[in-house]
Structure formats: C-alpha cells, structure tokens
Design a protein around this ligand. Sequence first.
Ligand code: SAM
Length: 276
Amino acid sequence: MKFEIVTIFPDFFSGPLDYGIVRRAREAAFIEIKIHDLRAFTSDRHKTVDDRPFGGGEGMVLKPEPLFECVESLKLAPREQRLAGEAKETVVLLSPQGRMFTQAVAEEMAALERIVLICGRYEGVDERVAESLADQEISIGDYVLSGGELGAAVMIDTITRLVPGTLGNAASARQESFSGASFSNPQKPGVDGPDSTCGSGGLLDYPHYTRPAEFRGMAVPEVLIGGNHEQIRKWRRGKALEKTLRNRPDLLDRQPLSEEDKKLLAGIGKKKIGLE
Ligand code: SAM
C-alpha cells in the first residue's frame, strides 16, 4: 500500500507517522508513505499556493494549478478508471464536506494499492479539485480542523492497521470496535469466528483488564480469572453489547444480532447502564 500526501506543511508528518505500528509497517515495507510539498509545484517566485476567493468573503483558498500539477505528476491511472473501480487507486480530498471516514470505509480502502491524500488549508480548496481531480471527498468527523494533515494521518493510521501483516496478530483487528459484521461467523450473526475471543461484529469492543487483579479496591471481574473460555466469550459479548447500548445505540440498529445477542441485551436492562 502506498500513501501519497499532498500538503503545504511536509514537516507536519515527522512524528505522527514515525511510531508504533505505522513505523513498523513502513520499516517492513507493508506500506510506503511519500510526502509531496505543494509549493514545489508552483511556478512563481513566491511559491504561491493560495489566493483570495472569487465573490469576496473571508480567508484564502488553495489554488487549483499546483494541486493538479502535483497529482498529475504521480502518473495515476485515468480518473474514469479509478472511479469505475478498474484501478486500485484513489485520490482523496480531505474535507469536512466529505463522506464520513468510518472503519467500513477504511476496510474498503485497505484493499487499494495507492491512496493520494490532498490536505486542504485556509478556507478550503478551489472546488474544481473536488469536481475533476479528486475521486472522493472524505471527512474524519463533524468538526472543522485547520487543515487536512491531521485527517490524513488519522486515515493512514487506521488503514495501515488493516493491511495484511501489519498487526502481529490478525485477530486483533477483527475483534476491535466497529470491525465489520462481515468478519463475524456467517452461520451465527454477531458471534465471531473460531480464532477470535469475541469479535466486535460491528459493535464497540469489550472491556480489557490486565494485572494487577486488584487495584485500589477495584477487582478484575471474576469470570476473566476463572479460565472458562465459553463463559469469558459470553461475558465479553454481553459487555460489548452493554457499552454499545450505552454509548452508541445507533450501531445496534446496523448490525444483525444473534439470538444470543438478543437474550444478552434483554438481560442487560436499561437501568443497569444508566439509561433510566
Ligand atoms: N471552509 C471549510 C468548511 O467550512 O467546510 C473549512 C476549511 S478547513 C478550515 C481547511 C481544511 O482543513 C479543509 O480544506 C480540509 O482539507 C481540512 N479539514 C477540516 N476539517 C476537516 C474534517 N473534518 N475532515 C477532513 N478534513 C478537514
């Protein structure tokens, strides 16, 4: 997987992409990250990347010429082929007006070979970039950042975790919060396949504990110490359902629930999770 970042702040990325799983994935060549300084694609003495908006209004807008020059220099497959899914490449414009970046979108993108991430700044980017250069606009959340760089780093981190080989234990990604129902056992929706302890099946993750077993009067739940794997699986599933119901009830509507899930949910009770 190759990520190509287009930015006016190339130094922004020394740090966020140099640690942990992303660093190891880069070192092991599971992923490659190239950073393109937008100013290198300007043709004037001042390396101008922005200008005032037509029609008046606040702030500055990123100009189209350097962005087109930069992305075209990457020699991607033609845009029509990319949009038709005939090329494993995409050009993303980071924008609060884009479709939401979710785990499902990350899973979709992890199957690609090359992702170009255009980072906007100021009041935004000349609309012709969204219309004719980028294949899609992506937002990382319903809030406004100062620039697309943090969004690009969030996307790279999330997608990298899904590239085969990057996580030591592939089951880690399968059982995390939001992981698609497609990862669940198709025979029993909501119940995970054999090599994962629980599997989020699109829910929030279950709670995790480590040593010490007792800390400041707070004990680790008995069931986790008992060693009964079936009881542990059931407890974790119940806790994942409970947390999802409390913090993200919208996720429950989107997932197929097994008979076991429905029973567990009925047993959780709204009072216990503070909804009543
Ligand atoms: N005027 C724009 C608006 O109200 O929609 C906001 C522009 S913002 C200050 C500058 C740049 O930050 C955007 O062009 C985009 O690249 C990036 N950005 C801001 N919020 C973002 C978000 N939620 N997701 C992705 N990128 C974002």
